[in-house]
Design a protein. Structure first.
Lengths: 294, 283
């Protein structure tokens, strides 16, 4: 790292940098290729969602959203996210506290384990719960005898969602809190604050933007998860269908307008997530750690 | 990280005045065990209970092998495409200044934020034989939707941010003086890029490739709409797991999942080694 107090020389003029950039023609070609690629692969799919959603007019759009099963799917998606995100938020803070503020054996291994769900196929994330709680499992008969429904019910959907969104908050907070060190906490403790006060008044203000960033990504994934939830949900219309699953059913029934109407809500959520994420990165970039490290 | 000072005897943790170690580590471990470790070891246990001959019979079944081949093959092609275009996009975002750069930078994360089912139906509508892009491609004799090519398209969409976001920060750190030195020594711009810049970026590019590949192999939501799901032609391994589950063939679902998981963990190991290697080499 260069000493920030030492001023570097002024950037050389345009002519002097010509040797370290591409010719205008090469630049134009590279940019055109990149823009075409991004246009076809990112922008066009996004536009087509809204175009298809409104293709049959505002009336059809609103009436397809104001459908009993669709509203049930929206409610279920919100409910699942409202349970899964706080669980992973508490876990993320606890794990980051233990990993970032202390030195202990096996820390590197524990950090690797946290990222494990990212390398598991969503379908397998759902399958593991089917194997654990399904009728053929060891727990299955006992659950059935006691009338506990996990699979093909809300608890199973929540579990699968928690599994796939498990790392988001923790992996944002761990590098951030490691960077911040323990100096602030030690100062607070030496001034007589207790553990909780130290966390609430010192640590939390330090990590709030990173925390929000992690929650934002966690929530986007929780509301949009498809594969894992698809395995455990049982696809009971109006009961265990989340929004992404409802989109699949509508689409397979050739009801494209309704499918895209629901999809437009999730696409809107994705856009809001991206905007908030960008604002956080621009305004609080220094206070976020792994803003680029997916 | 400063190395821990040498100490006499084995100690689980370094002393610290900060409270809450037991509580936070204990809660983290319990939660991790309940949510991740027990379910995953359940899968390992169930596939071990199958016995080797049953396991082998399921895995070497024609349809299973084809599904694995399609999943890994399409993910490999898509990751290769993403290496080329992802590196190009990263280069343009890091080196060029143009209006709307911030918006494009933010848009790169769209595949992370957009639910896979939404991406799936949008791409299918675009590339269907009567779709906006499918129609002209059809006129050229290229059928995209409902073929393995459609799977590749979906996986390119899903994998793009992995390459861009891995390569971009490394590119930002490149010292321009290195390029200036190369230029003053008489290297052409092309030589500077291929001989000076590329070796520095290679670990990040390989990591991005591995991440995009790993994600593509397991991807389900964006693929099943566009794939057509024809057995032995465009049926991916995750879909075959679901099909076996719906047939109550838990043994087959478990065995396929175990193979995919084993390969995924091997990839994770490779990615970790790559990252620590590139950190050591390039700081």
């Amino acid at each position: 790292m260069a000493d920030p107090s030492i001023q570097t020389y002024a950037p050389p003029s345009e002519a002097a940098t010509a040797a370290v950039t591409e010719s205008p023609v090469a630049r134009a070609v590279l940019m055109t290729v990149a823009f075409l690629f991004l246009g076809f692969f990112l922008v066009l799919p996004l536009i087509i969602v809204f175009q298809q959603a409104f293709a049959k007019g505002m009336g059809t759009y609103l009436s397809s959203l104001n459908d009993h099963d669709t509203l049930a799917a929206i409610r279920l998606t919100l409910l699942v996210a409202a349970i899964a995100v706080p669980l992973n938020l508490v876990y993320g803070v606890a794990a980051a506290w233990a990993i970032a503020k202390f030195e202990f054996k096996g820390k590197a291994f524990l950090t690797t384990l946290i990222d494990l769900p990212f390398s598991v196929s969503p379908v397998i994330s759902g399958l593991v719960y089917v194997l654990l709680f399904g009728a053929q499992s060891m727990l299955g008969p006992w659950l059935k005898a006691n009338g506990i429904e996990i699979l093909f019910a809300v608890p199973g959907i929540v579990l699968a969602t928690v599994f796939v969104t498990f790392p988001f908050v923790a992996r944002e907070l761990i590098p951030l809190m490691q960077e911040q060190g323990t100096g602030d906490e030690e100062a607070a403790l030496s001034l007589g604050a207790n553990g909780w006060q130290t966390f609430w008044y010192v640590t939390l203000p330090n990590i709030k933007w990173g925390l929000l960033y992690g929650v934002l990504l966690c929530n986007a994934r929780a509301m949009g998860e498809f594969g894992a939830v698809s395995v455990v949900s049982g696809h009971i219309r109006g009961v265990t269908n989340t929004m992404p699953l409802h989109i699949e059913i509508l689409y397979n029934e050739y009801n494209a307008a309704a499918a895209f109407a629901v999809a437009s809500l999730l696409a809107g959520l994705a856009l809001v997530t991206l905007v908030l994420k960008t604002i956080l990165e621009l305004r609080y970039g220094a206070e976020l750690a792994a803003t680029r490290g997916h | 990280m400063t190395p821990a000072p040498a100490q006499a005897g084995w100690k689980f943790r370094q002393p610290s005045v900060i409270p809450g170690f037991g509580l936070t580590l204990g809660f983290s471990l319990v939660y991790l065990t309940l949510i991740i470790l027990i379910p995953l070891s359940g899968l390992a246990w169930r596939s071990a209970a199958l016995g080797w001959s049953d396991f082998w019979r399921i895995i070497t079944d024609d349809r299973t092998l084809k599904a694995l081949e399609i999943s890994f093959g399409t993910a490999l092609i898509a990751a290769a495409i993403n290496v080329v275009f992802g590196t190009l996009v990263a280069w343009i975002l890091v080196r060029y200044r143009f209006p709307g750069r911030r918006i494009i930078d933010a848009m790169v994360d769209l595949p992370f934020a957009l639910p896979t089912a939404v991406a799936g139906i949008a791409l299918t509508t675009l590339y269907a034989p009567n779709g906006l892009l499918g129609k002209p491609l059809m006129a050229l004799g290229i059928k995209v939707a409902y073929t393995p090519l459609g799977i590749v398209i979906a996986l390119v969409f899903i994998g793009l941010p992995f390459v861009v976001r891995t390569v971009q920060p490394i590119m930002e750190e490149i010292d321009k003086e290195v390029e200036e030195a190369a230029a003053t020594l008489g290297a052409s711009r092309f030589q500077t890029i291929t001989r000076v810049l590329f070796p520095g970026l290679a670990p990040a590019i390989v990591t991005g490739f591995a991440l995009a590949f790993a994600r593509g192999v397991g991807e389900y939501g964006s693929v099943i709409f566009i794939a057509g799901n024809l057995p032995k032609v465009s049926e991916i391994a995750p879909l075959l797991i679901i099909i076996r589950l719906e047939e109550y063939n838990y043994a087959a679902a478990t065995a396929i999942a175990a193979v995919m998981l084993a390969i995924a963990f091997a990839m994770l190991l490779v990615i970790n080694l790559l990252q620590s290697w590139s950190r050591k080499r390039y700081g």
